[in-house]
Design a protein around this ligand. Structure first.
Ligand SMILES: NC(=O)c1ccc[n+]([C@@H]2O[C@H](COP(=O)([O-])OP(=O)(O)OC[C@H]3O[C@@H](n4cnc5c(N)ncnc54)[C@H](OP(=O)(O)O)[C@@H]3O)[C@@H](O)[C@H]2O)c1
Length: 259
């Protein structure tokens, strides 16, 4: 598998699934644009990539800032003159409150949807002409929640992920034959996101053990489980795949025992 000379944006790539995708893409030869809310964290990740012989560019880009999302592609084109791959990975959890949907204010609904859907669609459209020029590839990171909901998951999270799933299908059709658009739906994957969702470190092992049993393959995911498939889906080895959603979830989505 090679991504040699490809320029790839991976949003939210300092840690977790995005961080591992950035590492894996760089190992496969891509120049990786690492984005973060904090330029220091993005620079640290790029330094790590460079120490391992890869190449990267650190850019500040918060999903909540439509202007930063819009200027991201400009920065990449100014630096590299091309764009081949866009991975829409970042999510803003603070804009997706855990309250029941009926209790959210109009402003909260707008913030959640504009941040996690409108800004993602806008970034993707901005990237389109450059991706089209190079027969590029888009990979959206969804969730196993695209086909179900689970109590405890923020309702807007499930709604937004469902919409991203439809975006994958719409763009795969509309932007064919030049741009491939696919999606990975991760199962429960151990990242710091759970801390942000209120699971303290001390309770993390118990929390993940409780969910492990719902994955027929007997383990919670590791970001590398997602990253290796991500690299395949945007590579030259996957030229006849578009509009596809792949559940990378240890079998969670075919488990008949509902949570
Ligand atoms: N972990 C799971 O079990 C799981 C399951 C299904 C789907 N997913 C999906 O996988 C994706 C990654 O999740 P993860 O678990 O890897 O999350 P994570 O470990 O919390 O990593 C989040 C990454 O996103 C960045 N980020 C956070 N808020 C951001 C914002 N407002 N704007 C831009 N970047 C932001 C962070 O960078 P900075 O902190 O440096 O800004 C970090 O690099 C998400 O789309 C999530 O919905 C995860």
């Amino acid at each position: 598998m090679t991504l040699k000379n490809k320029v790839a944006i991976v949003t939210g790539s300092t840690a977790g699934i995005g961080g591992e995708i950035a590492t894996t893409f760089a190992e496969n030869g891509a120049k990786v644009v690492v984005t973060s809310r904090d330029i220091g964290r993005a620079q640290c990740k790029v330094a790590e990539i460079e120490e391992n012989g890869g190449e990267g560019l650190a850019v500040t880009c918060c999903l909540e800032s439509s202007s930063q999302m819009q200027s991201l592609v400009d920065v990449v084109i100014d630096t590299y003159g091309r764009l081949d791959i866009l991975v829409n990975n970042a999510i803003s959890l603070p804009t997706l409150p855990p309250s029941p949907l009926q209790d959210l204010t109009y402003e909260q609904l707008g913030a959640g949807i504009n941040t996690n859907l409108t800004n993602v669609v806008a970034l993707t459209c901005k990237a389109y002409p450059y991706l089209k020029k190079n027969d590029g590839s888009i990979l959206n990171i969804g969730s196993v929640m695209v086909n179900q909901h689970m109590l405890g998951v923020p309702p807007l999270y499930t709604i937004v992920k469902g919409a991203i799933s439809q975006m994958t299908k719409v763009l795969a059709y509309e932007w064919a034959p030049n741009v491939k658009v696919n999606q990975i739906n991760p199962g429960f994957t151990r990242t710091a996101a759970y801390k942000e969702m209120g699971i303290p470190d001390a309770e993390a092992d118990t929390f993940f053990e409780a969910f492990r049993q719902f994955h027929p393959l007997g383990k919670i995911g590791h970001p590398q489980d997602i990253a290796s498939v991500a690299a395949f889906l945007v590579s030259e080895q996957a030229t006849w795949i578009t509009g596809m959603e792949m559940n990378i979830d240890g079998g969670y989505s075919i488990n008949g025992r509902s949570l």
